[in-house]
Design a binder for this molecule. Structure first.
Ligand SMILES: [Zn+2]
Ligand SMILES: [Zn+2]
Length: 357
């Protein structure tokens, strides 16, 4: 859609305040609103662009993300933040930003069903390597028997009284930004201009039904908690509407027994003093499942890190995987028998046992 950065798009400096950003957006959105520029493709594109820029800069999380990833010469494509952000989305976002409920684009855009929001908890292997996750969703779909019209087609139709058969109703609305005259799709006949003489028996005239679906969600390798995966058109779709989206929030990832730092995973091992001094072989778990042997060299110190390249998290924004870092601890005995004390004391005076020796 655009490769400009959102600060440029709104004409605000990098350190602009929330108020400045809102002011700039309001002014530009008004100028380029599709209701003010009917049929003007350039305005539509511009309206989408500024709304998208505002969506990013008005959200502290997204703004921080943009600032972090977007400062390099190659400013990322804005649409990366909202794959496939359309005019409907822009208009909806605009309404939400300024609190105009029920305000629709001139010309009568087909309404959209509600989005469905879900949360998933991921296993480490899914988050580290990526996976297909099947999720169960109960959603509203158009009734199959009447094709979502709610009408019993065999009984015939009559002209809609509400819109006299035009399928559209005109509304003037005063808003903070001035008066907008909008043409909405007629609610009584859902824009068709006619109503059924008798309603569909399967859905009792609603045109909709609930359905349980299993939807496959692609989990990208390297995903983090808080990430939202958006599946376009997989949300609710009552009869006569376009489908909403399905948003899947990654609510948690079970990293145990590892810890995550960026794309790397950390695994802590505790060795006995003789193991650290003499060297040994240990087995460590891998994030994708399974285990592997790891050589501990003689003279390993507490705090030493042994990296296992490419066994960490997948890189969400790049190739390959981070590392698995094995951090070594050394256990000092808390209790000793008389015999053990004697043995240790006999070693304590030895030159190699003294720090700096
Ligand atoms: Zn039906
Ligand atoms: Zn009507």
């Amino acid at each position: 859609m655009t490769s400009r950065n959102p600060y440029e798009v709104l004409g605000v400096p990098r350190d602009a305040t929330v108020e400045d950003i809102k002011k700039a957006y309001r002014k530009l959105a008004l100028e380029h609103h599709p209701d003010r520029n009917p049929g003007n493709r350039d305005s539509e594109e511009r309206f989408k662009e500024i709304t998208l820029a505002y969506e990013i800069l008005s959200d502290p999380g997204k703004r921080a993300r943009f600032d972090r990833y977007g400062t390099a010469e190659g400013v990322p494509d804005l649409s990366e933040f909202f794959g496939g952000f359309g005019l409907d989305d822009a208009i909806r976002a605009f309404m939400e930003n300024f609190g105009f409920g029920g305000f629709r684009q001139g010309g009568g855009v087909t309404p959209r069903g509600d989005d469905i929001e879900m949360r998933v908890e991921l296993e480490l292997a899914e988050a580290a390597l990526g996976a297909s996750r099947e999720i169960r969703v109960r959603r509203i779909e158009p009734c199959r028997d009447c094709g979502g019209t709610g009408a019993d087609a065999s009984a015939g139709y009559r002209t809609c009284d509400s819109c006299s058969g035009h399928g559209r109703v005109r509304t003037s609305r005063r808003t903070l930004l001035g008066t907008f005259t909008t043409v909405d799709s007629c609610g009584a006949c859902r824009g068709s201009g006619r109503v059924a003489v008798s309603e569909c028996r399967s859905c009792r005239g609603t045109g909709s039904r609930a359905a349980d679906r299993t939807i496959s969600v692609e989990i990208p390798a390297g995903i983090s908690e808080g990430h939202v995966l958006r599946l376009r058109g997989q949300g609710n779709q009552p009869g006569g509407t376009l489908p909403g989206d399905l948003s899947v929030l990654v609510a948690g990832i079970d990293y145990a027994p590892f810890r995550r730092t960026g794309d790397d995973l950390v695994f802590d091992v505790v060795l006995s003093f003789p193991e650290a001094a003499l060297g040994t072989k240990i087995e460590i778990p891998l994030p994708g499942g399974g285990r592997r042997e790891l050589e501990i060299p003689p003279g390993t110190q507490p705090g030493d890190v042994i990296p296992i390249r490419g066994e960490g998290m997948g890189r969400l924004r790049g190739r390959g995987r981070g590392d698995l870092r094995v951090v070594v601890g050394v256990f000092v005995p808390r209790k000793l028998t008389g015999e053990e004390k004697k043995l240790l004391k006999s070693l304590a005076g030895s030159r190699n046992f003294r720090h700096g020796g």
